[in-house]
Design a protein around this ligand. Structure first.
Ligand SMILES: [Zn+2]
Length: 110
C-alpha cells in the first residue's frame, strides 16, 4: 500500500474511531482522559505517513507547524460537559469562551 493510500485509510479510521469515542460516547471522564492521547497519536500517525511520502523539505516546514497549531487548538478548545457528557467545541465570542453547555445548559466555566 502506498503512503498516500495509508494516509486515506488512517484518516478514515481515526475519524471513525474519534466519532465513536468522543461524540457518541457520553462518558466525560473517559473523554477527558483519552482526548489528548487520541489527538497526539493521530497527528503523529498522519505525520509519520506523510514523512514516508518523501516530499520536499519545505513542505514539512509548513506542515509540521500547521499540525502543531491544529493540535494545540484541539487540546485547548474541546471540552466535555460533566452533566450530559457531550463534546463541546469552545468557540470564542466577544465575551470570551462560552460558559454554558449548549446541550443541557450546565455551567462549564467556574
Ligand atoms: Zn451538557
Amino acid at each position: 500500500m502506498y503512503p498516500q493510500e495509508q494516509l486515506v485509510v488512517a484518516s478514515v479510521l481515526i475519524s471513525a474511531v474519534g466519532y465513536w469515542l468522543f461524540h457518541k460516547n457520553r462518558d466525560a471522564a473517559f473523554k477527558r482522559r483519552w482526548w489528548p492521547w487520541f489527538i497526539i497519536m493521530g497527528d503523529l500517525l498522519v505525520l509519520g505517513i506523510v514523512w514516508r511520502m518523501h516530499l520536499p523539505m519545505p513542505v514539512y516546514g509548513i506542515m509540521i507547524p500547521s499540525v502543531l497549531a491544529v493540535t494545540m487548538a484541539n487540546l485547548r478548545n474541546v471540552k466535555f460537559c460533566n452533566a450530559c457528557g457531550r463534546t463541546i467545541l469552545m468557540k470564542s465570542t466577544s465575551s470570551g469562551q462560552i460558559a454554558y453547555c449548549p446541550y443541557c445548559g450546565t455551567r462549564l466555566i467556574d
